[in-house]
Design a protein around this ligand. Structure first.
Ligand code: A2P
Length: 341
């Protein structure tokens, strides 16, 4: 019962992580195809600890031999090639934002809305949510079930890897450059990212929000509950891996913080590290390479007992992207929804 899998964007930050995760979770792979642009043709990428795959060009690839394709090569690539793949009876799990709000494409976080998976049948495409949305809704879901969340106010502190490998290189080179007086012009970000923070992720929208902020709101509605009002403020920080979020929720019912902690401790995919001591909370540097979403600094609001505040951190390349995509593939096969070729 093994499947043929293609990774589109196999040379990128998320693509590489997808291969690592498929391998370590022992996903039933018969054959893996590593795909990227023509310029990467013949390059080698590793799959697990001991296998090396030769990169093939997406442009010339025949998806009819593949059962599931994991895409992480940006919206333009998904727009063009996901329908080509799905027409060849290959199920696409797409990490780009292109299909996320398409009514005929489910947007899935397996711990939150696995019941939406059947909706993929219309287009044979499933969208992987935005990295900041995934970690937030994973934590909101169990709290929403108990306390009924009405509003969310979230400030993000997002790692550069969310913008891809070139963005990670830019932070590295700029940081190094500071010590040798080499000031390069920003290319991947609108301003200098080393020793700085940038309150601007994705394009500006008419109402003054950025598209990243809008995504966190509408994606939460699609995944969890259409009535939750999310106000986001998204900020890029000079961290390589690991998105952090300071989250404030307003609920219908009164919240007891001990009860909230207990609920989160039992929640799938969530780890609570919450001691009021110097090292009793989690930072992004500590979660790089980890699978769970970590929650710390849980506290009730002194002004209103229906409010709760907490800190939430996760590896944006894993749960925020590659791991969630692989979990979607696992969900599909556990429900026998993929026809093997
Ligand atoms: P390549 O390395 O050949 O450019 P990241 O998100 O880290 O920037 O990675 C983007 C991934 O998407 C890379 O694997 C990149 O391949 C791939 N990619 C970008 N544009 C295309 C394209 N037009 N066709 C195929 N793969 C692409």
């Amino acid at each position: 019962m093994d499947y043929n899998i293609a990774i589109v964007g196999a040379t990128g930050a998320v693509g590489r992580e997808m291969m690592e995760i498929l391998s370590y979770r022992k996903f039933p792979c018969k054959k893996i195809y590593a795909l990227a642009s023509k310029s990467s043709l013949g390059k080698e990428v590793s799959f697990g600890e001991d296998k090396v795959l030769k990169v093939e060009a997406l442009e010339d690839f025949d998806f009819s031999k593949v059962d599931i394709a994991l895409f992480s090569a940006g919206s333009n690539v998904s727009k063009k090639y996901a329908p080509i793949a799905s027409k060849k009876n290959c199920v696409v799990i797409d990490n780009s934002s292109f299909f996320r709000m398409d009514q005929d494409v489910p947007l899935i976080v397996p711990e939150v809305n696995p019941h939406h998976i059947d909706d993929f049948k219309k287009k044979k495409i499933i969208a992987n949510p935005n990295c900041s949305t995934i970690q937030m809704v994973t934590v909101l879901k169990p709290l929403h079930e108990e306390f009924k969340i009405k509003k969310v106010f979230v400030s993000t502190y997002q790692a550069v890897s969310g913008a891809g490998k070139a963005a990670m290189d830019e932070l590295f080179n700029q940081t190094k450059g500071v010590y040798v007086n080499d000031v390069s012009t920003p290319e991947q970000f609108t301003k200098k990212i080393s020793f700085n923070v940038i309150p601007h992720i994705d394009v500006f929208m008419e109402n003054g929000s950025t598209k990243e902020e809008w995504k966190m709101s509408v994606e939460t509605n699609k995944i969890l509950d259409k009535n939750i009002q999310v106000t986001a403020h998204c900020v890029r920080v000079p961290v390589f891996i690991g998105h952090s979020e300071a989250i404030f929720i307003e609920c219908e019912k009164e919240i007891n913080e001990d009860e909230a902690r207990k609920i989160l401790r039992k929640a799938d995919g969530v780890t609570v590290v919450d001691h009021r001591a110097d090292e009793g909370y989690v930072t992004p540097a500590e979660v790089a390479g980890e699978d769970d979403v970590y929650v710390s600094r849980i506290r009730q609001n002194n002004f209103d007992s229906r409010n709760l505040v907490f800190w939430c951190v996760s590896d944006n390349l894993r749960k925020g992207a590659a791991l969630n995509a692989v979990q979607i593939a696992e969900l599909l096969i556990s429900r026998n929804l993929v026809n093997k070729k």
